[in-house]
Design a protein around this ligand. Sequence first.
Ligand SMILES: C[S@@+](CC[C@H](N)C(=O)[O-])C[C@H]1O[C@@H](n2cnc3c(N)ncnc32)[C@H](O)[C@@H]1O
Length: 273
Amino acid sequence: MNNAELYHRSNTKQKRDSLQCLEEYGKRIKWKNGRITVIDIGCGDGSVTTSILKKNIPNNCERLLGCDISENMVQFANEHYANDHTSFTVQDIEGDLPTEFRGNFDNAFSFFVLHWIQNQEMAFTNIYDLLKIEGECFLVFVAHTLMFEVYRILSRSTRWKFWLKDVERFISPYHDCQDPVKKVKQMMTSIGFTSVEVEFLQKAFTFPNLDALKDFVRSINPFQIPKDLEEDYLLDLFNVLRDVRIIDYASSNVDGPIKATLNYSLIVAKGRK
Ligand SMILES: C[S@@+](CC[C@H](N)C(=O)[O-])C[C@H]1O[C@@H](n2cnc3c(N)ncnc32)[C@H](O)[C@@H]1O
């Protein structure tokens, strides 16, 4: 998940969902009057920050900062999207916050990042800490997806168990949870957030073709598979995708393309400091 060019051409699903979530739930965000500063946590290549988020925030935003743990992503974002009001910096949201981040943002956003983080308490506390008083956060992340089970299946195979030995680190902390909404609400409230609203959304995304699915899978791959094994890994992964019917021959037209649909659920969480 460190290849910015690949991510840049493979994040149609994330762009669609970020836009839908902002359009549907963003109306409830409280924006302050006067000049505001906004942060996008886990900005990746910067395309959601600038082509989706920026268009959905008021024009009194004087500073939009994207941050990401990946230097490659931040470099790509700065090269393609930085300007006088928008910039990108390296920051781990699960790590220590620099002083200049603390209490400095009116609104914090994050799209498709927080499910990668095991220490949820730390990340959400950091999000609370970087907000100004009465600042708000708007966070979108994955709860469940069959893709996580695909990782688990591969991690049990003789061939891939070494490379996927830390598989549980890359599975959403909410994937096996019966009531993720309650869990997120409780955590946010105990950290100190008020006006907490948490939604659970069922989503599906159909890939236009298998190459698009392949690019998507590669762009979010969290495992360090050696270059010379990558094609074999993808072949085996695609076989599992067929077994679990993410790639589905049965529902495809005989002459038409093979259908590849990923079902998943999202959490949209909002809270105020
Ligand atoms: C799936 S991408 C989402 C990028 C962008 N928000 C979007 O919606 O297109 C996940 C991003 O989260 C970043 N990330 C993962 N763990 C992080 C952490 N602890 N702190 C900051 N960013 C992190 C990754 O480097 C990656 O760029």
